[in-house]
Design a binder for this molecule. Structure first.
Ligand code: KG4
Ligand code: ZN
Length: 372
């Protein structure tokens, strides 16, 4: 616990934007700018949604209501602090499923009011984007590949609150493609980890699946066609043997890795073409991958390799901090709090909240700005 003379501020973070109920306490040392996680409690609702093959918004919101108080208490206890030790409370205000967001937001506001603490409303995507600041002390600028269940974007992260979108998906998000692939192959939910596990024993060269958008100038993504190709291949093979499923998963991951690599190469080229004042520093460039899909080992290895070729430094949060958690929310809350950026208690939940407000929705991007 910090002494009165300590320069460390303590923030409670709350995350309820999708199917994880999470609370965490994070410290930020004002003198060094470094963060530390005092506690990080995440309760997943997978069991409640499994029978439906995906997240059911009503069930998610109800589950958050049922356990959030307990999760917050657990986070404080694990951090060995009381509300009176906190400097502020932060909660995800969007983007995400509105029912769940409202649960977290209303609880955080009530706790802030009752304990006379400032409140910070956090963008969930910004929290994924800045997690490496907490885990590695890496500050912007850097190139970010944000890959989660609702988003797939390449962004130039210029500063806290300043993002330039270079590319986005025009249809499915990458996490969604993993989840749908898993569902159609009978691998269950959530799909990403299941596809990754199954792919380990598969032959990635067996099925030449499409690599949508490869070679295109603007580094957008598309995964709907890949998903359809997996479905058609699976239908043609039915009944599927275990080895067919493993080969399909491995072939799918290989296609994804190729697409991602090609799009990141294009984003790097765009940064290289920008006038000096507008671009990330040339001498010491960083690529960060974040969001739930960033836990995927095949993807991480491919990006690591690419970075070595292009003289970039590669960064990824540890897998447990790639998927949704409240430590990342508390971290952004802390960063904004020390800049004096707190929010009024009448701030509303936002289903859509793009990081780059000037970016136009990509053609065909049905879920742009939606769930994180
Ligand atoms: O960031 P996240 O936890 O939640 C959202 O904000 O969407 O990302 C969840 C997504 C899901 O689609 C899940 O299947 C995917 O991340 N995911 C993975 C892996 N772990 C989680 N995808 C591929 N490989 C993984 N190991
Ligand atoms: Zn997320």
């Amino acid at each position: 616990m910090p002494t009165p003379a300590s320069k460390e501020i303590l923030i409670l973070g709350i995350e309820t934007s999708c199917d994880e109920t999470a609370a965490a306490v994070v410290g930020l040392d004002r003198a060094t700018g470094r963060g530390r996680i005092l506690s990080n409690v995440v309760r997943s609702q997978w069991e409640s949604h499994r029978a439906f093959g995906g997240v059911v918004p009503e069930i998610a919101a109800r589950a958050h209501v049922e356990c959030l108080d307990e999760i917050v208490r657990e986070a404080l206890t694990a951090a060995s602090i009381e509300f009176s030790d906190l400097d502020a409370i932060a909660a995800t205000a969007g983007p995400g499923l509105v029912g769940g967001l409202i649960v977290g937001l209303v609880s955080a506001k009530a706790l802030a009011l009752a304990n006379d603490l400032p409140f910070v409303a956090v963008n969930h995507l910004e929290a994924h984007a800045l997690t490496v600041g907490l885990t590695e002390g890496l500050a912007p600028p850097y190139l970010l590949l944000l890959v989660s269940g609702g988003h797939t974007q390449l962004l130039a992260v210029e500063d806290l609150g300043r993002y330039r979108r270079l590319g986005t998906t025009i249809d499915d998000a990458l996490g969604e493609a993993f989840d749908k692939t898993a569902k159609l192959l009978g691998l269950g939910f959530p799909g990403g980890p299941a596809v990754e596990r199954t792919a380990r024993t598969g032959n990635a060269a067996r099925f030449p699946l499409p690599r949508p958008m490869m070679g295109r100038q603007v580094p957008h993504f598309s995964f709907a066609g890949l998903k359809t190709a997996v479905r058609q291949t699976a239908m043609a093979l039915t009944p599927l043997r275990q080895s067919d499923v493993a080969d399909l998963c491995a072939s799918f991951e290989a296609a994804v890795a190729d697409c991602v690599r090609d799009r990141v190469v294009r984003a790097i080229a765009i940064l290289d073409e920008l006038p000096p004042a507008d671009m990330l520093p040339r001498d010491h460039r960083h690529l960060v991958v974040a969001g739930g899909v960033a836990a995927n080992l095949r993807l991480r290895e491919g990006l690591q390799e690419l970075c070595m070729e292009r003289n970039y430094v590669f960064h990824a949060p540890p897998p447990s901090l790639c998927s949704d958690n409240a430590a990342m929310i508390a971290w952004v809350g802390a960063l904004r709090f020390v800049r004096g950026e707190t929010d009024p208690l009448d701030i509303a939940a936002r289903a859509r909240w793009p990081l780059d407000l000037s970016a136009t929705p990509a053609l065909g991007a049905g879920r742009h700005g939606a769930k994180a």
